[in-house]
Design a binder for this molecule. Structure first.
Ligand code: ATP
Ligand code: MG
Length: 480
């Protein structure tokens, strides 16, 4: 088997014997294995290279396996992680699974059993990818309609219709949440490229070297750890559209590379020699004022002029409040259907919404409607809102308020609110508060506290570490 087809596994374990056992087991079974003896090194390797699977020990020196698992979940959500630990403790297993581990194996492991677990994880990953590919190929045109009534959005719509079926590069700009991505989607789905891929890449979400390898792909051996070749987003987009979101965040060296692609219509994978023709259409978006960025020396003017063949400015919602009633109706329909409700919004509430300011623009309004559908007008949430609006003291405890803030933040970011994860966080916050209160009562005598709490001193110390209270600051001591 060619190395490029092999599955790349990163093994993270501080025990050399385990690493060497796994290295030979994986090697014999046609995997490419790389070892890291601590979580920090593993994280560096993950940022530099691409792996298909991580086998991760829970107990590690320095950063714990669970912490690394959480970081992986955030940055590489589709990368499967198989946890490994000598400790047979169901609470740790539960914690690992809740933090996003795909599976769990105990040390010492039986080779055949471990290989079977690895295989299952990889099959599960492949099925997930196939499902995602399938669903991304079905354009959901009805959901992606642009709703408006204002004259300024009418202009936007007309420009979209005029240029959708051309190949011009378009720079979409406007504040956060105004609908820039929606405009890019519309441009794609109204074009002849509609049945080809629409590939979005967020230039702000990745570190520079990773963004570069994502965009251009790489050949095997391009950098340490490039164990297999990988096509870049320009290649993946084929004859479709590539959407460079948040282009204003891109570094200057990468901007030059993008300029090159726009000029020559070819790109080369990192470490590669073969030029690949770029056939996709390029759309870009930013919420920065690129002309100001050029003045400050942060953005290349030549790239700006290349991208800005057509410029679409999506105005802030506060500048087109006449869109609000239609948008509210639109989101109400969507979320009533999604949550099986029949909520209605009165004229009085609409008037209230019209009188407010919407710094988060359409996204903020959409989230408002979603919460309204879930919680209703007489709900606790509405009360809280009314209370905070009136500036009166909230009847909720600070901790309850902070949970609510977290809920609102997640909703505003369009993220889910998984019950188990949230409850775990809440329990962890309560546990931390309880430990701090007990510590305060015993004058920070840890031995005494552990006796009162009826846990061993060792367990107590590790609890304090988990809760981040080993180095309790004076402020926190007295603030509680
Ligand atoms: N005119 C509109 N009609 C219907 N839905 C809209 C409209 N404008 C925005 N939305 C919805 O609002 C949300 C935010 O829009 P979008 O992601 O396109 O904004 P954005 O400008 O790209 O935001 P950001 O700057 O944060 O990336 C999406 O769910 C989108 O579908
Ligand atoms: Mg966007």
């Amino acid at each position: 088997m060619d190395n490029t087809e092999k599955t790349a596994v990163l093994v993270v374990d501080d025990e050399e014997i385990i690493c060497s056992c796994l290295a030979s087991l994986l090697g014999e079974n046609d995997f490419i294995a790389e070892m890291a003896y601590d979580a920090e090194t593993a994280w560096e390797r993950l940022l530099q290279s691409s792996f298909d699977l991580v086998i991760l020990d829970i107990m590690l020196p320095g950063m714990s396996g669970i912490t690394l698992l959480k970081k992986i979940q955030q940055k590489f959500p589709s990368l499967p992680v198989l946890m490994l630990s000598a400790i047979d403790r169901s609470d740790i297993v539960v914690e690992a699974m809740q933090a996003g581990a795909w599976d769990y194996a105990r040390k010492p492991f039986d080779n055949t059993e471990l290989l079977l677990t690895i295989n299952n994880v990889l099959v599960e990953k492949r099925l997930k990818e196939e499902k995602e590919q399938l669903s991304s190929r079905i354009p959901n045109r009805s959901v992606r309609k642009i709703i408006f009534q204002s004259d300024s959005m009418k202009v936007v719509k007309e420009v979209i219709e005029q240029i959708a079926d051309t190949d011009v590069t378009v720079l979409i700009h406007g504040d956060t949440g105004v609908g820039k991505e929606l405009v890019a989607n519309r441009l794609h789905f109204l074009s002849r490229r509609a049945d080809e891929p629409f590939i979005k890449i967020n230039c702000a979400a990745l570190p520079e070297n990773l963004l570069e390898s994502e965009l251009f792909g790489f050949d095997r051996g391009a950098f340490t750890g490039a164990l297999r070749s990988k096509p870049g987003k320009f290649e993946q987009a084929g004859k479709g559209t590539i959407f460079l979101d948040e282009i204003g965040e891109m570094s200057l060296p990468l901007q030059s590379k993008i300029l090159q692609v726009l000029q020559d219509k070819v790109c080369t994978r990192l470490g590669g020699v073969k030029e690949v023709g770029v056939q996709c259409r390029i759309l870009a978006a930013t919420n920065r004022n690129l002309e100001e960025e050029i003045q400050k020396g942060f953005f290349r003017s030549d790239l700006y002029f290349r991208l800005n063949v057509v410029n679409i400015y999506v105005p802030a919602l506060d500048k087109r409040k006449d869109d609000i009633p239609l948008l509210v109706e639109h989101f109400l329909q969507i979320y009533n259907k999604r949550y099986g409700r029949r909520r209605k919004i009165s004229r009085k509430i609409i008037d209230e919404l019209l009188s407010r300011s919407w710094p988060g623009n359409v996204r903020e309004l959409e989230n408002w409607v979603r919460r309204f559908v879930i919680l209703g007008s007489g709900s606790a949430w509405q009360n809280i809102e009314a209370q905070s609006d009136a500036g009166t003291a909230s009847r909720l405890s600070p901790r309850e308020t902070s949970h609510l803030q977290e809920i609102d933040l997640l909703l505003a970011q369009n993220k889910p609110l998984p019950l188990r994860k949230m409850v775990k966080k809440i329990v962890a916050a309560e546990e931390r508060a309880y430990l701090l209160q007990v510590l305060e009562r015993v004058n920070y005598n840890k031995k005494k506290a552990s006796r009162l709490l009826q846990v061993s001193y060792k367990t107590f110390l590790s609890k304090l570490k988990d809760c981040g209270i080993e180095k309790v600051s004076m402020k926190e001591r007295h603030g509680f």
